[in-house]
Design a protein around this ligand. Sequence first.
Ligand code: NAD
Length: 489
Amino acid sequence: MPTLFLDGRWTSASAGGTREVVNPYDRSLVRTVDEGEETDAHAAVRAARRAFDHGQWRGWTARRRARLLRRVAELLQRDRAEIARLETLDTGKTLVEGGIDVDDVTGVFEYYAARAESDPGRLVDAGNPAVRSRVLYEPVGVCALIAPWNYPLLQMSWKVAPALAAGNTMVLKPSELTPLTTVKLVELVAEAGAPPGVVNLVLGSGATVGAALVDSPEVDLVSFTGGLDTGRAIMSAAARTVKKVALELGGKNPNIVFADADFEAAVDYALLAVFFHAGQVCSAGTRLVVEESVHERFVAELVARAERIRLGNGLDPDTESGPLVSAEHREKVESYVDIGVAEGARLLTGGRRPDDPALAQGFFYLPTVFDGCRSDMRVVQEETFGPILSVERFSDAESAVRIGNDTTYGLAAGVWTGDARKAEYVARGLRHGTVWINDFGPYLPQAEWGGFKRSGVGRELGRAGLAEYQEAKHIYENTAVEPQRWFAR
Ligand code: NAD
């Protein structure tokens, strides 16, 4: 079956291009997909434009759109096992993680179905009984939705659900490395009854398809999740046509542990925070910041457990962590280990590929811990996007906040303490979009997600996540107009 979706039809790439999708566990071929180019991106934008400007979609009521979203949620659950398996083959993550992703995005579609129905706009008091003043929320238009490879289904769904709820049309561009669950998602949205042209899919590289979408004068909004440098390039390219831009970029997220925290839980979550999905998580807790008095015991326990993490095939139920996504990405992660060593950080464990011959074909890397780190080190400041933990120490709550904020990113942070006042002080002081107290990692469809500082522009999820895809329109109606006689009385 062809894998581009234009104007309601599955089609091959116009120039006949294809790409092999490879399983990062063993480099085996998972599927050959179509690889589009600029012409395909332009065709998709034209289809989305027609559907927005002239199609039946604009006549759909909010309730009808909500029904569509609920149907997508049902279909995601119907095909849960198949989708989780696809995500594992594509990304290397475990089947359990893939299943969690499907459940999470089901909740996101359900949430935006409810929001679509409960957002009727608002009346504004003009201070004049003869004036009826209303604010309506209308769709922005044609949206380009560009997603990364670490959470392919999840990141794309966080965009598709609110964009549909608000009544937009769209072109989806997943990462070239991991397109399979996006193909499946588009199948489900079509099966749920989205009219032709409302959702279009173009696979292909960022430099060709992605850039063509961002450059197109027919696209009204770009919502992008990915790396900082790509985000910069997109923001600057979008300036030419003054598009709306929403950016979810990286993070370098502190996980702050006080001596009075529940020791066992804090160690457990510190591992989860950084080694979940082999550290390929924008909100990974890659900067562990521990109070001096427990530092030694904490790090010893953490390292002992990190060395027992079972790497393997994501389809194997015994596997706790899969490989990195690609050979190229593993090389980037390795280069950060070299940088850390050169900067004088103390390598406590990992720092190399595993010896197990069964893992030799995959892009595996051992969980790695650096102690003795300082905020000015590159391994502490830059996003490695791999299983690398840097450990720093602090002496009191004030220094914990200072270290936690000593980053150009601002996506997420954790704080562990048994003292509620201290937790609140730190949570308020941190300049990050999400702060977890005595936890690390969860998000809610109802709560905004996004970054302060260079972690991005705008928000996903929650009310603000819908507002990104809406234009506010003020309608001011004078019901008793009389001549003003301002001029030439
Ligand atoms: P990336 O920036 O390389 O690519 C992301 C997407 O952008 C891909 O689909 C790619 O093809 C496309 N792209 C590349 N160049 C483009 C261009 N010039 N114009 C338009 N599109 C272009 O990121 P990645 O390596 O796929 O993903 C990892 C990054 O994503 C990490 O930095 C991570 O922190 C970030 N991320 C952030 C969040 C968040 O919520 N803040 C979530 C997940 C991932």
